[in-house]
Design a protein around this ligand. Structure first.
Ligand SMILES: NC(=O)c1ccc[n+]([C@@H]2O[C@H](COP(=O)([O-])OP(=O)(O)OC[C@H]3O[C@@H](n4cnc5c(N)ncnc54)[C@H](OP(=O)(O)O)[C@@H]3O)[C@@H](O)[C@H]2O)c1
Length: 228
């Protein structure tokens, strides 16, 4: 049985991943800040499902949760660093608090969690960071909107992904930053074109197709390269 670890698994795209992998017979280790409401699961929970709490703003919480995961399973096939925050502030109102929170959750936590779980990653394991099209420096989308610290933190998780891809290449571990597209969640809002189910169906197919050849790349939900 394959094992996936998903952060931010209690709602949004993370909950979509959780239900997808549970339905497909994977062992799912779902990480969330508070316990997951079991009525949101599309399958009766059994030995395949574990819910551990973590606050990604807290280094000791990340390391303690990683220790529990290391005790719980024998190898991780897929780690999805999905959890994210988007604290938007317009220029003139930027604050250290919002900038730091975006960086802590969106780029620091994936670095620390991946490091702590790396002993569990084997040949052909995959490590996926949920990035954003807004991270592209070349495309520099919506530069006049208040997405600045979010964009900065997602550009940081992109370079993290690229660096990890090289660090883990000798173990043949595949690492990618993937933008999910614009998805109807609390973060994406009701105007987004894709439902969570649609987005997760596309993203999981793309993740399935990834190989060492694509490792280290920044991809859209369909697996197409995005300019850094
Ligand atoms: N939706 C989109 O259109 C879109 C577009 C581009 C990229 N993305 C990226 O896709 C990923 C998922 O987005 P989403 O739309 O599903 O977001 P969402 O609905 O806002 O869910 C965010 C998830 O992250 C968790 N999280 C936030 N801070 C945390 C912390 N300190 N500790 C632990 N968990 C924490 C939340 O947990 P709580 O419930 O405890 O807050 C929640 O489970 C994010 O990385 C986002 O940046 C989304």
């Amino acid at each position: 049985m394959k094992t996936v670890v998903i952060t931010g698994a209690n709602r949004g795209i993370g909950l979509g991943f959780l239900n997808y992998y549970l339905s497909n017979g994977w062992q799912v280790i779902a990480l969330s800040r508070s316990a997951i409401d079991q009525s949101t699961l599309n399958r009766n929970i059994d030995e395949c499902f574990h819910n551990l709490t973590v606050n990604l703003l807290d280094e000791s919480s990340i390391n303690n949760t990683a220790k529990s995961i290391n005790n719980l399973c024998n190898g991780i096939d897929l780690l999805i660093n999905n959890a994210g925050v988007a604290e938007h502030e317009v220029f003139g109102e930027w604050s250290q608090a919002a900038l730091t929170t975006n960086f802590q959750v969106n780029s620091v936590a994936p670095a620390l969690l991946t490091q702590a779980l790396s002993p569990q990653l084997n040949q052909h394991s995959k490590v996926i960071q949920l990035s954003s099209g807004l991270a592209s420096i070349k495309n520099n989308l919506s530069p006049l909107e208040g997405f600045d610290s979010y964009c900065m933190s997602k550009a940081a998780v992109n370079i993290l992904s690229r660096r990890l891809a090289f660090k883990l290449a000798d173990k043949k571990i595949i690492v990618n930053a993937i933008s999910p597209g614009w998805v109807k969640t609390d973060m994406g809002g009701p105007e987004a074109p894709a439902t969570i189910t649609e987005a997760v169906n596309t993203l999981t197919q793309t993740i399935e197709m990834l190989s060492m050849e694509n490792s280290g790349k920044f991809l859209d939900e369909n697996g197409k390269k995005i300019d850094w």
